[in-house]
Write a protein of this length. Structure first.
Lengths: 343, 284
């Protein structure tokens, strides 16, 4: 049993005479261990936000169950709310209030005693480097400042679980790394951190555990290194010349396909007929060089890399995350999405 | 022993529940007042608009023949009660706007993620805020009217005026909050407020007595909640504070102050009950 258990969640949006319902979650199951930094990875529109909104009791699923620390979010939403800190994707702040006033309001909504509330605010102001502007009105904050303020608001009541929806999207490098540092510190301090992201590097760098979500379902789950290891083999990109032509590339392909320890050879037309290989172990590279030398072929460039999360995604879905993003980019309806999030 | 213990725990739970509801309600109310203090245009406009009515409309009929109005009062004195009620009414009609903006900008979601002891706190904060605001605006108009020589109801009269306004403000606030959750956006809410405002003023006894009106309009005015607030206040200004005094000779019968206040109280209670299922649905 995980600390957070999402079981068989289903959720559809809309559905009227005019439009077919959109399936947001399709029997999604997820188990998140306590104290982990857990990443939900998937393209836009995969169902990440819906999952997090259901977990935070902002949305009820059509069917399925949600449990946090043994509490049922559907039966005892208030109990679950007090365990969670939620940092939403669209940061809603009151422009007229100062950052400090917003945090004070938030503290009162979580029923912190006044002295505890104010000392906790001071702590977070220091932790997140907000001293210089926390007493200015929120209306003038930059994206990075708003996100930090929202992170502080989510952390104010020292929740056992921090839930973040795309916490670094659109942020400058400095704000992003500041947020990463804080998330790691939290995890080290025992807080369970759950974040969604469509940045591969972010999840790869941060998460102990991750789930890849596609079309409302979990298609892969595990630690980043386990998932990559499960794919097996290193990736090698090879060019015999700076600019090969097709026939030469095909000749090399035929030659390499015969080699022992080479699993797959693809001619990458998009990259000037370079060759993409999957090899079983490091020793294969030396063997490749020998074979090429025997066939009198030069080696202009040879790069070896571990499989990335993108390869994991590619393996599971048959397309890269970038392609998936592009495919949904045109299908989203900002107006409908705003309506879904409005009460 | 066990039952005594559990009763004790229950007792302390209830105290802490009350303390928590107070804490969250006060925090939400404070936010609305901080907004008002930093953006006082609502307050200023809310006093300015009825003031203009009072001065300009009052001047328009300043030369009305003496004895035209019941009890031989001057038009300015007659109009005063109408404008006071109109001030409270239009203030309360705006109660839903902050809630609507919170819905639209997603701030409401921030409140709903928090473990509020009772989500009624969100509604309660709006009611407290708008009640205070409307009463302050009405008091400002009353003072101005007094300075213009349109009279002052005295201490006991003031109490009657405030109670009457309070009942009307509760009813209209409930209506406006209901609309704020029922309508899709602030454009629609503002449209409804805009359309509702003037007809309710004209079809009441704020600007002219029932006896001036054609029968059909008289009926409308005699059914208009604004009239039930205006007439007790007018009577208080005229110095008659008796609850049994007949203040409205409606086509369907005479109404005294107590009946008018009773109708307003029933309306406020009825509207809050009516919007409750909607609020429960939207806030759950």
């Amino acid at each position: 049993m995980g600390f957070i258990e999402l079981q068989h969640l289903n959720k559809r949006y809309g559905g009227s005479r005019k439009s077919e319902p959109v399936v947001a979650l399709d029997d999604l199951c997820l188990s998140i261990p306590e104290g982990s930094l857990f990443g939900l990875l998937g393209p836009n529109g995969a169902g990440k936000t819906t999952t997090l909104r259901i977990l935070c009791t902002l949305l009820s699923p059509d069917s399925g169950s949600v449990r946090v620390a043994g509490r049922d979010a559907l039966a005892d939403p208030r109990g679950v709310r007090s365990l969670l800190g939620y940092v939403a994707q669209e940061v809603a702040i009151d422009k007229i209030l100062s950052g400090r006033e917003l945090l004070q309001l938030q503290g009162d909504l979580y029923h912190l005693p006044r002295s505890r509330r104010d000392s906790r605010i001071d702590e977070l102001v220091t932790l997140l480097g907000m001293d210089a502007w926390i007493d200015r009105r929120c209306g003038g904050y930059s994206g990075g400042m708003r996100r930090r303020l929202d992170l502080a608001a989510g952390l104010l009541h020292s929740p056992r679980v921090l839930v973040l929806d795309e916490p670094t999207v659109g942020l400058d490098i400095e704000s992003r790394s500041a947020i990463w540092t804080v998330l790691r510190q939290l995890r080290d301090g025992g807080t369970t951190v759950l974040l969604s992201s469509h940045y591969l590097e972010e999840v790869d760098a941060l998460a102990d555990q991750l789930a890849i979500i596609e079309a409302g379902r979990v298609i892969a789950c595990g630690s980043p290194s386990d998932l990559k290891d499960a794919l097996g083999g290193d990736r090698v990109t090879l060019r015999v010349r700076e600019f090969s032509d097709e026939s030469e590339a095909l000749r090399v392909q035929a030659l390499l396909q015969g080699c022992q320890g080479v699993r797959q050879v693809v001619v990458n037309r998009a990259q000037g007929f370079s060759l993409n290989l999957v090899i079983e172990h490091d020793g294969v590279v030396e063997q490749l060089r020998r074979q090429l030398a025997e066939a009198d072929l030069p080696v202009f460039a040879l790069a070896q890399s571990r499989p990335s999360l993108d390869d994991v995604y590619l393996q599971a879905t048959g397309r890269t995350l970038m392609d998936a993003e592009l495919a949904v980019a045109g299908n989203r309806d900002a107006k409908a999405e705003r309506k879904q999030s409005m009460r | 022993m066990t039952s005594a213990n559990s009763a004790l725990t229950n007792g302390s739970n209830e105290t802490s529940a009350l303390a928590e509801i107070t804490q969250e309600t006060l925090a939400l109310t404070r936010r609305l007042f901080v907004q008002l203090a930093r953006r006082p245009s609502t307050l200023v406009a809310g006093v300015l608009q009825p003031l203009i009515w009072l001065v300009l409309f009052g001047a328009l009929f300043a030369n009305a023949p003496a004895g035209l109005l019941p009890g031989g009062m001057s038009y300015g004195r007659f109009l005063g009660a109408g404008v006071i009620v109109f001030t409270a009414f239009s203030g309360a009609l705006n109660a839903g706007l902050p809630v609507m903006f919170d819905r639209e900008f997603g701030f409401l979601n921030r409140l709903l993620v928090a473990p509020l002891r009772s989500r009624s706190s969100i509604v309660l904060a709006s009611v407290l805020y708008i009640t205070a605001l409307s009463l302050v605006q009405s008091l400002a108009i009353m003072v101005t009217a007094a300075l213009l020589g349109y009279g002052w109801p005295g201490a006991a009269g003031l109490l009657l005026v405030l109670v009457t306004l309070l009942l009307l403000v509760f009813a209209v606030t409930a209506l406006s909050l209901g609309l704020a959750f029922a309508l899709p956006g602030h454009i629609e809410l503002i449209a409804v407020i805009f359309v509702a405002n003037l007809p309710l003023l004209f079809a009441s006894t704020a600007l002219a007595p029932l006896s001036f009106m054609p029968t059909w309009l008289g009926w409308l005015a005699a059914l208009n909640p604004l009239t039930f607030a205006i007439e007790p206040i007018r009577s208080a200004y005229a110095g008659d504070l008796s609850l049994a005094a007949v203040v409205l000779e409606a086509p369907y019968g005479d109404l005294n102050t107590a009946t008018c206040l009773g109708i307003l109280a029933a309306l406020a209670a009825g509207l809050f009950l009516a919007i409750r299922p909607l609020l429960d649905r939207k806030l759950s």
